[in-house]
Structure formats: C-alpha cells, structure tokens
Design a protein around this ligand. Structure first.
Ligand code: ATP
Length: 358
C-alpha cells in the first residue's frame, strides 16, 4: 500500500485578488484511506475537492495521483468521482439508467452495464428499485443511487461533498455506518467533506481540520479530539474551553499554571518555561464540580442540551468556562459559589511554537 497514493502539493487558489481561499495546502493520502476535510463554512473544503476532481484549476501547486501529476487533466481523464449533497441525479432517468450512465457514455457493452448496475444495486441495498424515477425515492435512497452511480465507474478516489447533509439525523447516522462499511469493503480512497465534527470522528481514518484556507491539524480522530494542537481545533472539535495562563512551576512533565490568581496542575509533554504565557484547552466534560476542588467559580447559567447538563461558570479572573457532563448534580443554581477542578492529564496546552515537545 503506497503512502502517497494521492498528494496535494502547495495548492493555492483565490477567486479575487488578495483573497486567498487556499493558502498553500499540502496533504498525502494513502490508498484505501478515509480522509475527512472538516471545517466551518467557507474555509475552502469544496474548493479543495473541486481541484482534486479537476473541476477547478489551482493558481499554483499540483495534484498527484499514483505518482502522476494530474493537475492539468480534465475531470474525465482522472479516475476520480464526486458525490454531491444535492445528489445531482438525472430526474428523467430511472435508477438503473442513472447508475449505468457513466458506463453508457464510455460505450461499455449493454450486458456489462446491466451486470454492473445489478451489482451496484445490491451494494447499496436497492434491489427492486431499478425502474423508479428519482422523484419516487426518499432522500436516503436518492443518496444511495448517487453513490452507486459514482462507484459504477470504478473510481480510484471517491470525493464526497457533504453527501449526508440533506438527511435527517437518524438517517444520517444509518448512512454514516453504511458508507463506512462500503468504503472498507471496496477499499476505495474516500475524501469526505463535512462540517459535522461527530460525523468526521465516527467515519474517518484521518481528519484534516481546515480554517481559512489552511490546514490547522491533520490526524486520527483520537489525535484531533484528545490532542488538539491549536485552540481552533480544540474549540471546533468538541467545544473545548480556551483559557489563558502563566506557567508558575515546572517539575518534569508536571507544571502548575496560574489562571488569574488561582493555580492548576497540568501534565504536558510540551517544552515550557516558568513565567511563560500558555493557552490551555479544557473540555467541558473534564470539568469536575467538586467540593474538594481548589479552583473557584460562580455559576452564571445552566441549561440542558443533548441530554447533558451544561453549566456556565465565571472564574474569579472573569474568564468563563462551560462544564458539561452526564450525571452532573442538577441542584446547582445560578449565582451559587462552587469549587471545581480537573485532572492534570485532561488539560492540553495548545498554540505552541513548532517543534516544542520534550
Ligand atoms: P461550505 O461548507 O459552506 O460549503 P467550504 O468550506 O466548502 O464551505 P468553499 O466552497 O471552498 O468553502 O469556498 C471558500 C471561499 O471561496 C468562500 O468564501 C466562497 O465564497 C469562495 N468561492 C468558492 N467558489 C467560488 C467561485 N467560483 N467564485 C468566487 N468565489 C468562490
């Protein structure tokens, strides 16, 4: 399995002078990998995908597929297919004709098209639907047809631009599992776009977190979620609280950080010096509201979201943090003074200078 199946080399793109949509992105993808581009609206995800597909030309930089520079090739000259959020099915064609369309264009023999369509219908579990028109299908079924149509062309890479974006949450979850199963079974490289962090974590081998035309961090779901490198990644994936502090003491990997006038212990692999300003990412579920906590706060608000109690706390230095935990004591009331703490291993130093680990 080659490590550099698909490579993006220093891709730059702008649509208007001085407004860089891609600021020189680099990415190496392995054959059979499921890679997700995750980022807020407008960060350049679709533009990246369109350049890989050949639907858009970069201003500079190149796209390599299996050691070949494909940057100048037309979309139909590269073995790359795209599935869009809006399905883009041909409304006047039935399911079978939609799926077989690419093969027909390439003048494949009728018997081969028929066989492939049957195989694809089985793959996406739509046997018996071949004569239906897209208007007679549900959203999830339409999306399955769109995926089957793309896969019928035997692409080496499948690009999926928010393919589940139009589906309701329950169907979305089912389709996430189905897509992942399909991808593993076929061993095709998937490049998937979403702005849904949960979807990215559930499905991907690696996640690329994008921000304003740049890659903030590339890593496995575990690396991205548990070891975010930047405050942007920590806040975007898992809504971490971001706190400013100063290193007060250092003893190997154990440091004490002043958060205002209070001091918290943190375990870190980062190279830090006493007196240094640091940025700390702390997830809401790691905030423990306990009487023996040595940090203090006033409860500002509390609410329930997604079955979880969320408590907004104001710290003595005026900073705010949100604690969110299942089973947290619901008796807490706004205005109440409380004590809190976190485990030293649960706080992460982010926005570090490059090459700064011990
Ligand atoms: P979303 O999640 O909303 O789809 P995205 O991350 O996919 O966003 P892109 O579609 O890549 O973002 O767009 C990035 C920026 O480039 C946006 O500011 C967008 O307005 C701009 N842009 C994209 N395509 C064009 C175009 N053809 N002409 C001009 N500007 C464009």
């Amino acid at each position: 399995m080659s490590d550099s199946f698909l490579e993006l080399k220093n891709l730059k793109k702008s649509f208007a002078p001085g407004e860089a949509v891609l600021q020189g992105i680099n990415l190496t993808i392995r054959q059979g990998e499921f890679v997700t581009l995750l980022g807020a609206s407008g960060c350049g995800k679709t533009t990246t995908l369109r350049i890989i597909a050949g639907l858009e030309q970069p201003d500079s930089g190149s796209v390599w597929l299996e050691g070949q520079d494909v940057t100048a090739l037309e979309p139909n000259q590269r073995d790359v297919n795209t599935v869009f959020q809006n399905y883009a099915l041909f409304p006047h064609m039935n399911v079978a004709d939609n799926i077989g369309y690419g093969l027909k264009i390439r003048k494949a023999p009728k018997a081969e098209i028929k066989k492939k369509v049957k195989e694809m219908l089985e793959l996406v579990q739509l046997e018996g639907y071949e004569k239906r028109k897209p208007s007679e299908l549900s959203g999830g079924q339409k999306q399955r047809v769109a995926i089957a149509r793309a896969l019928a062309n035997n692409p080496r890479v499948l690009l999926l631009d928010e393919p589940l974006g139009a589906l309701d949450l329950q169907l979305r979850r089912t389709m996430q599992l189905e897509l992942k199963r399909l991808q593993k079974k076929l061993g095709i490289t998937f490049i998937y776009i979403t702005h849904d962090q949960e979807e990215a974590i559930n499905m991907s081998d690696r996640i690329v977190v994008m921000n304003q035309g740049q890659f903030e961090q590339i890593g496995t779901p575990d690396e991205i979620y548990n070891h975010p490198k930047t405050s942007y990644v920590a806040a975007f994936v898992g809504n971490a609280n971001i706190l400013k502090g100063i290193v007060a003491e250092k003893n190997g990997h154990h440091i004490k950080v002043k958060l205002g006038d209070e001091v918290a212990s943190i375990d870190t692999e980062e190279k830090v010096n006493v007196g240094e300003n640091v940025t700390v990412a702390l997830r809401g579920e790691h905030i423990l509201l306990e009487e023996n906590g040595d940090l203090h706060a006033t409860v500002k608000e509390k609410n329930f979201a997604a079955g979880q109690l969320r408590v907004l706390l104001t710290l003595p230095n005026g900073d705010e943090v949100t604690a969110s935990r299942f089973g947290m004591n619901a008796d807490i009331q706004p205005g109440q003074q409380i004590c809190w703490r976190f485990e030293p291993k649960d706080a992460v130093l982010v926005d570090r200078p490059k090459g700064g680990t011990n």
